[in-house]
Ligand binder design. Structure first.
Ligand code: 0O2
Length: 224
């Protein structure tokens, strides 16, 4: 018999179970399993597209995929930050990035081509699109984020599960991992000056991405 949502939610109330115990609770583990399955589904779809491309066009639209399930601690912190109740419903309804798939491409145009191919599939439902490449964040952050719902097929039911798919170039990923260090390190000396230098780096690497893409066109088509 399946557990009603209210009972599942009750099991996650923090006064009864501190955060570090979440991952031992069956309803929480079941929810995380669903997110993990959704990650596998998205990864498979992307790998299928990559395989087809390498046969048809002799190139790969992405270089690598990195996936992650948000840790219970990060989930708890985000719920706290957003002033949300610490329940399974909050996780499912309010957090879009519990399941995260990051796709690293060589060229910006591959990002958009791949994103469109994924969204064209009839079992993928687009919830939200955040284009931080066309509209970079003030700190210089660039990536295309798609929040999607994807079905997973369990023994007793089919469920729609939310996944955040981030698309970036190698250069954007390199930049984001350095900037991430600044964001999460406390007491950094000269943080403002470092942030300004990072903004410059983001600008320069975006120019390099654009230039490398033009060079690819010259090599492949003979014109930009
Ligand atoms: P981690 O460690 O990757 O899990 P919202 O849900 O709309 O209220 P949120 O969640 O900030 O706001 O959404 P957004 O802007 O789409 O960002 C989600 C994720 O994108 C982040 O997850 C990062 O992975 C990445 N990201 C967004 N902005 C930045 C940035 O300025 N720098 C870097 N390095 N990454 C960024 P988490 O949970 O913050 O981190």
């Amino acid at each position: 018999m399946r557990m009603p949502q209210a009972v599942k939610d009750e099991l996650l109330m923090p006064d009864k179970h501190p955060a570090e115990l979440w991952e031992r609770l069956e309803p929480f583990r079941a929810l995380m399993m669903e997110y993990q399955c959704a990650i596998m589904e998205v990864e498979t779809k992307l790998r299928v597209l990559n395989a087809e491309f390498s046969v048809q066009y002799d190139r790969n639209p992405f270089e690598s995929i990195k996936s992650r399930l948000k840790s219970p601690q990060s989930i708890l912190e985000k719920l706290h930050r957003k002033n949300l109740p610490l329940t399974l419903s909050s996780i499912q309804n309010e957090l879009a990035d519990v399941a995260g798939v990051r796709v690293i491409c060589s060229f910006p145009e591959d990002i958009y081509a791949l994103a469109e191919m994924l969204l064209a599939q009839d079992d993928i439902f687009l919830v939200e699109r955040k284009d931080y490449i066309a509209n970079p964040k003030p700190n210089g952050y660039r990536s295309l984020h798609l929040i999607v719902d994807i079905p997973i097929f369990l023994s007793q039911e089919k469920k729609r599960v939310r996944v955040e798919v981030q698309f970036r170039t190698i250069a954007m990923d390199f930049w984001a991992s350095l900037e991430h260090k600044l964001k999460y390190k406390k007491d950094v000396r000269d943080a403002e000056r470092i942030a300004a230098r990072l903004r410059d780096c983001a600008e320069q690497s975006a120019q390099m991405d654009a230039e490398m893409q033009k060079i690819r066109h010259l090599i492949e088509w003979g014109h930009e």
